[in-house]
Design a protein around this ligand. Structure first.
Ligand SMILES: Cc1ncc(COP(=O)(O)O)c(C=O)c1O
Length: 390
């Protein structure tokens, strides 16, 4: 089956749901059993593996099956948020005394909250690396290096990584690889086919697509990795709520058409910004002169609607004048919904392995499904306010 057909069909079972097209929402904590013998054996053939609400309902299993199918993986575990998925994956495969290699470009809380707090307290040491490292990652691998964590492109600075170059080295040295694939979503990139072992999605973004649900997923390629993930998810009591699984699965059904439009709109806006004298650089690997363009083209089926701009001069007072007057861009965290968003990106305060070469404001834009001409007119007025305040 081709990808669009998988997206439209995976996880559905109308014949066993009275013909209903979408898998229904099963709300459950208690699951009852017909006999003591069956209860004590937790016989997996009874209730098709459902044993307690916290460890999953048929709604969750349908969502997980669909994500697995799109990723061409073995199995998936659903999590209550993208960050829970990142933490769930990392704490499954790392323990006291281990060493983690993490790209300098990762999502802020992966770095600050997971590596900086949770893993540090558990006795896991993290080294941040230049995302352009490629096969050079070999030089950073120590005897106790257990995981290499990637994000490509990074969701603030949009640098691409040579993922197959890293996974080839990691395989050779017996190190597990993980990627935060949220910018691409399962629709635009299937990292298991690039050699990645553990694929994380913040489904809150493009999978859900409507800015109204928090969800995450982790897809792996072996039963051993799945069992390890599921055991740890059960140990922490992670629970993906049935209504959220339902909405995420419903979102997935339309991801192809939404992402095609996000890309079309984002390319139009990014190309317009690229030609403006107020802009030093547009950070978007889909643009032909972006340093990551060739890697993006090689590994991705398209681009999402998230990119950055570096201003050619001015400061955050001018940034405030621009942002505060915008009509169509909401100011707020997250992205991947149908609407446009804007966010200041203080990359200079985050990185440690590499220098951020710009001192002027960097701003992240999520281009939604509005008419791009309206977005451009809004940004044009914003740039005029920026210039006047500089
Ligand atoms: C790249 C990336 N990964 C993970 C997350 C975390 O997802 P969630 O907000 O669902 O916890 C985010 C959220 O903004 C993100 O941008």
């Amino acid at each position: 089956m081709k990808k669009d057909t998988v997206i439209a069909t995976a996880g559905r079972d109308p014949l066993n749901n009275h013909g209903v097209v979408n898998p229904p929402v099963y709300h459950a904590s208690t699951i009852t059993f017909p006999s003591l013998e069956i209860f004590q054996k937790r016989d997996k053939t009874v209730h098709t593996g459902v044993s307690y609400g916290r460890s999953g309902t048929p709604t969750q299993f349908a969502f997980e099956a669909a994500i697995t199918a799109v990723h061409e993986g073995h199995k998936t575990v659903a999590y209550p948020s993208g960050l829970a998925a990142i933490t769930g994956a990392a704490t499954t495969f790392l323990q006291n005394g281990d060493h983690l290699l993490m790209a300098d470009t990762v999502y802020g809380p992966s770095r600050g909250r997971l590596a900086g707090i949770a893993l540090a307290r558990a006795g896991v040491e993290t080294t941040f690396y230049d995302p352009a490292i490629g096969a050079g990652i070999a030089d950073l691998i120590r005897p106790n290096t257990k995981v290499i964590f990637m994000e490509s492109p990074g969701s603030l600075s949009f640098e691409m990584m040579d993922v197959p170059a890293v996974t080839a080295i990691a395989r050779d040295k017996g190190v597990l690889t993980m990627i935060d694939n949220t910018w691409s979503s399962p629709y635009l990139c299937q990292p298991i086919n690039l050699g990645v072992d553990v694929v994380i999605e913040a489904c809150t973004k493009y999978v859900v697509g409507h800015s109204d649900v928090m969800m995450g997923s982790v897809t792996v390629n072996t039963e051993e990795h799945f069992q390890a993930l599921k055991n740890m998810a059960n140990a922490y009591g992670y629970h993906a709520a049935p209504d959220d699984c339902y909405l995420a699965l419903r979102g997935l059904r339309t991801i192809s058409v939404r992402l095609q439009r996000h890309q079309e709109n984002a390319m139009k806006v990014a190309t317009w910004l690229h030609a403006r004298p107020e802009i030093e650089r547009v950070l978007y690997p889909a643009l032909p002169d972006d340093p990551g363009h060739e890697l993006w083209k090689r590994d991705h089926a398209g681009a999402s609607g998230l990119f950055g701009i570096v201003m050619a001069g001015g400061d955050w007072n001018a940034g405030a004048a621009m942002i505060d007057g915008l009509e169509h861009f909401g100011l707020g965290a997250s992205w991947g919904g149908y609407e446009s968003l804007i966010l200041p990106a203080h990359i200079e305060n985050i990185r440690t392995a590499t220098d951020w070469p710009y001192t002027t404001p960097c701003i992240r834009l999520h281009i939604g499904l509005e008419d791009p001409d309206d977005l451009i007119a809004d940004l044009e007025a914003g740039l005029a306010r920026y210039k006047a305040a500089s």
